[in-house]
Design a protein around this ligand. Structure first.
Ligand code: DQA
Length: 143
C-alpha cells in the first residue's frame, strides 16, 4: 500500500539546521531511511518536501481524492497553518503528524499544533524514528 510522506518548510535543509535539535541526518538520507522502513512494514512511501504551503495543500487534496494514507511533518506550518489543517481534514484515510524534535520541549510557540486535532495521532521527539513509529502505527490502524 502507498503512503504519502509529506515534509514541510526547511526540512529539505537538515544539513544546515541545528544538529543538536534535528540530528545529523541529511534530508536525502532521511528519505532513504523512510523508504526502507516503509518497505519493511509493507508500504511504498512517496516522500515529498516543499517550502510552499499551496503545494502541500495540493498534495493533501491528492491524498483525499485517492484515499491514500498520509504521514506529515508540517514543520513550522504545524503551528499556524489553518489552510493545511483544513486540507488535512479532507483526508479520510489515516493521517499521522510527525516531528523530528519534541516541539513541546521547545519554545512556547511550538507548543501549539493546529494539525493535531485532525490527525489520528502525533509522534515527535524520536528523530528519524518518529517516521518509523508512524509507519508502525499506520500499519496497525489499517489492519
Ligand atoms: C519540526 C518542529 C517544528 O517546530 C519546526 O518548525 C520544524 C521541524 C520537527 O520535525 O521537529 O521545522 O516539525
Amino acid at each position: 500500500m502507498k503512503v504519502l510522506v509529506l515534509n514541510g518548510p526547511n526540512l529539505g535543509r537538515l544539513d544546515i539546521r541545528d544538529s543538536s535539535i534535528y540530528g545529523d541526518m541529511t534530508y536525502p538520507v532521511l528519505v532513504e531511511h523512510i523508504e526502507n522502513a516503509a518497505k519493511t512494514h509493507g508500504f511504498e512511501a512517496d516522500v515529498r518536501q516543499s517550502n510552499d504551503e499551496a503545494e502541500i495543500i495540493g498534495w493533501l487534496h491528492e491524498a483525499a481524492d485517492t484515499k491514500t494514507p498520509v504521514i506529515i511533518n508540517p514543520a513550522a506550518f504545524t503551528h499556524y497553518s489553518y489552510a493545511i489543517r483544513d486540507a488535512a481534514e479532507l483526508v479520510k484515510a489515516p493521517l499521522i503528524e510527525v516531528h523530528l524534535s519534541n516541539p513541546l520541549s521547545r519554545e512556547e510557540f511550538r507548543h501549539t499544533s493546529v494539525i493535531s486535532g485532525v490527525a489520528n495521532g502525533t509522534i515527535g521527539g524520536f528523530g528519524p524514528n518518529s517516521y518509523v513509529l508512524a509507519l508502525i502505527a499506520l500499519k496497525a490502524l489499517i489492519s
